[in-house]
Design a binder for this molecule. Sequence first.
Ligand code: AMP
Ligand code: MN
Ligand code: MN
Ligand code: MN
Length: 278
Amino acid sequence: MLNVDLHCHSHVSDGTLAPSELAARAHANGVDVWALTDHDEVGGIAEARLAADKLGLRFIAGVEISITWAGQTVHIVGLNIDEANAVLQQGLASVRSGRTQRGHEIAAQLHKAGIPDAFEGALKYAENPEMIGRTHFARYIIERGVHDKVPDVFKNFLVEGKPGFVPHRWATLEQAVSWIHAAGGRAVIAHPGRYPLAQLAFDALLDTFRELGGEGIEVVTGSHTPDQYDRYAKVALQEGLLASRGSDFHGPKESRVDLGSLPPLPAGLTPVWHDWAV
Ligand code: AMP
Ligand code: MN
Ligand code: MN
Ligand code: MN
């Protein structure tokens, strides 16, 4: 069976490794088909593809787009995209454009909570300053000795009701799906088990996603428990969605799940890669 990992991040967004380092790690871990899916940015794709080609690793260009749905942040992965597509590139640029201002607002809140200089501190961890985000702030909070691990930071900071949370309006679902389709890709709902959406809002997300021609849903991801693999396998079958698998790897010290190390998709699903020449 093919080892397919269609979700991870490089230092072009909020991962810690370069795209070429991720390619080497995926290859070493036995991945056969690999996608780079940086948040709101395709700047790492060329390096990733080159490195994968040299290793004989099949590469899929991807992106993970931040959207707002029912007041919550939801992520839509685009797979097998043409990263040079102008509609996609302009759309992603518009999503990125609010991050610097948001970063300053996050820093102001952290300052009040006793963590000074957080904008500059987070920026040090952002290889791509345009992409400054909560993971970079989490790394700075760790550097300050407030917590040891990223998930612990997210229990006390940067989330709703805690210091450093700044509500933000990302793209719409319609925009994300249309940009992905403009670039010839497939749209996939990322880690559906992670959203604090009411059932009604989640059902509406699925309905609208289907109406817009969205194709897939992540079933086996580093963000899901084994129970959730089964639960979202059922959702994929019921909704007629293709199923995806991806570690959501961010870095060796930060991610519980390594590239290529998840279980296979449950039987009976149609993989999102079923008709790709892989
Ligand atoms: P942003 O796009 O700036 O809102 O940052 C979102 C990123 O923060 C996600 O892609 C994750 O990498 C990270 N993140 C969010 N929640 C958590 C969490 N509970 N534990 C670890 N990382 C998280
Ligand atoms: Mn991330
Ligand atoms: Mn995500
Ligand atoms: Mn991700």
